[in-house]
Design a protein around this ligand. Structure first.
Ligand code: ZN
Length: 493
């Protein structure tokens, strides 16, 4: 027996479903529905299933609000009107926090509020959920924010304003123009400055009563336990998978709650991972997607206000943890869809087989996260590719153009990127459309492929070579290099 159900496709995978956000399917079980989906949209197969036919670890599938891993897996029956939701990992009720460690004499007096502070926090003090006691808890709290970027900006601004006594910030970047669209900690005058300097100045201006501790470092296995261990609560505002897994693992090993947020285009996720009372990030995603599969914000873009929403939710959760008030997001994943302005909530469960917080953990200390996330392999592969894949520099391509050589330039970026800038004479065939467009290309012709920076086009060159195209070249460095070396009037993005 089959029923009419709906499969909801997440943004990063819509390029493989002709842009469709949801697909109506007649099926009897979750597995049957997914098999129909990948038959209809063949390129999805590789993203959802591994070669041995297993659902990949970095893809979670929900039937309505239940994770199918905890039902009867893919054989779970579906009924009319059910919704299957694919939740890939994106670069993305606990017990009240125990009171802070030993209240030494100095700390007790530090937790008293001055007249200034009473005036500053008066709108908190008159709320029963905060009050004088809650405000003192906030003052005694130590919260670390990893990353002073899109998520760290709103989170740190609100935590500072709320009177969290000690705010730690880890970052090593400088402020860039392209950050200002969403990283509201920093201003135009700060471009080129260290994010930590800029953040400290702004936060101290908002609230001079609090301590700001800055950690000018790239968080790694060598320093994470030392830095994170000095705080009660960790707010994860990172934008890459190695740091996400590092922060998760360090929080599990240290027994700290990890207030998690992630963002991609219009979609956000928020949760609290606290392995002492709920699942951790690895319970949700055992493994990261292979490099390049899920685009980062730099490649995929993000609506500027979305980190504002998600980062503010993270600040809200951190404050509630400190106060021991309300229901926390432990064991719940909140999905924010800013385009439709819908909030959905999924239940998360602790995975008994979780490699770090499960019954028999295999990870008992911090590991090499770059290697774990395949970054190093990917870099090597890219190097191999750079030598294995025929490429031309932008100057060589320009010379060919000037000479009037017969060849075609194929731009494999997305149409909205084409609208930002494109090379005169190039033709647009987005990477996702390339397999279906092979018949519009002639293998006798010479083809030069480019994208933004050269990695999507390297993939396209490989794909074309496998399809029998011999005279195909990658334009090294993409349109960014073209803007640098050939035509500076093209805006860089
Ligand atoms: Zn876990």
């Amino acid at each position: 027996m089959t029923s009419a159900i709906k499969i909801v496709v997440p943004t990063p995978l819509r390029q493989y479903t002709e842009g469709l956000e949801s697909i109506e399917i007649e099926a009897g079980s979750v597995g049957e529905a997914l098999r129909q989906l990948i038959t209809r949209y063949e390129p999805l197969r590789n993203h959802l299933y591994s070669e041995d036919g297993r659902l990949r670890d970095f893809v979670n599938v929900y039937l309505n609000e239940e994770d199918i891993r905890y039902l009867e897996r893919e054989e779970t029956d579906v009924k009319e009107g059910d919704e299957i939701r694919i939740i890939p990992s994106i670069a993305g009720g606990s017990p009240p926090r125990p009171p802070r460690p030993p209240p030494s004499a100095t700390q007790t007096s530090a937790a008293e509020l001055s007249l200034e502070e009473v005036r500053r926090y008066s709108r908190h003090l008159i709320m029963p959920e905060v009050g004088m006691e809650g405000q003192k808890k906030l003052k005694s709290a130590r919260v670390l924010i990893v990353g002073a970027g899109g998520l760290g900006s709103p989170a740190s601004l609100y935590l500072a304003a709320a009177g969290v006594g000690t705010l730690g910030l880890v970052d090593f970047d400088v402020v860039e123009y392209s950050n200002l669209q969403r990283q509201i900690l920093h201003g135009t005058k700060d471009v080129g400055r260290s994010k930590l300097d800029s953040a400290r100045e702004r936060l101290q201006d908002i609230n001079p009563e609090i301590e700001i501790e800055t950690h000018d470092a790239r968080l790694g296995s060598d320093n994470a336990l030392g830095i994170l261990g000095g705080y009660d609560i960790i707010v994860d505002g990172t934008d890459n998978f190695p740091t996400r897994y590092l922060v998760n693992d360090a929080c599990v090993l240290l027994g700290r709650p990890n207030v998690y947020g992630s963002i991609f285009r219009f979609e956000g996720q928020v949760s609290i991972f606290d392995a002492r009372s709920g699942p951790c990030y690895r319970c949700l995603y055992q493994e990261p997607p292979p490099p390049g599969l899920v685009p980062s914000c730099a490649e995929g873009g993000v609506l500027g206000v979305l980190p504002g929403i998600v980062g503010a939710l993270q600040a809200n959760e951190a404050i509630k943890l400190i106060l021991g008030a309300g229901d926390s997001l432990v064991g719940r994943l909140l999905l924010v869809d800013a385009l439709r302005i819908r909030f959905r909530e999924l239940k998360l469960r602790k995975d008994p087989d979780c490699p770090i917080c499960g019954i028999e953990p295999t990870i008992t200390e911090l590991i090499d996260y770059e290697a774990f996330c395949g970054i190093r392999e990917a870099a090597m592969e890219q190097q191999n590719r750079a030598t294995g894949i025929p490429h031309l520099t932008v100057n060589e391509v320009k010379k060919k153009l000037d000479r009037g050589d017969p060849f075609r330039i194929i731009d494999v970026r997305e149409p909205h990127e084409w609208d930002i800038c494109h090379i005169e004479g190039a033709e647009l065939i987005p990477l996702g459309d390339l397999p279906a467009s092979l018949n519009t290309l002639d293998s006798a012709e010479e083809l030069v492929i480019h994208c933004r920076s050269g990695s999507r086009s390297a993939y396209a060159v490989e794909l074309l070579r496998q399809a029998g195209f011999a005279k195909v070249y990658n334009m090294a460095g993409g349109i960014l290099a073209w803007s640098d070396d050939i035509d500076p009037s093209l805006p860089k993005y």
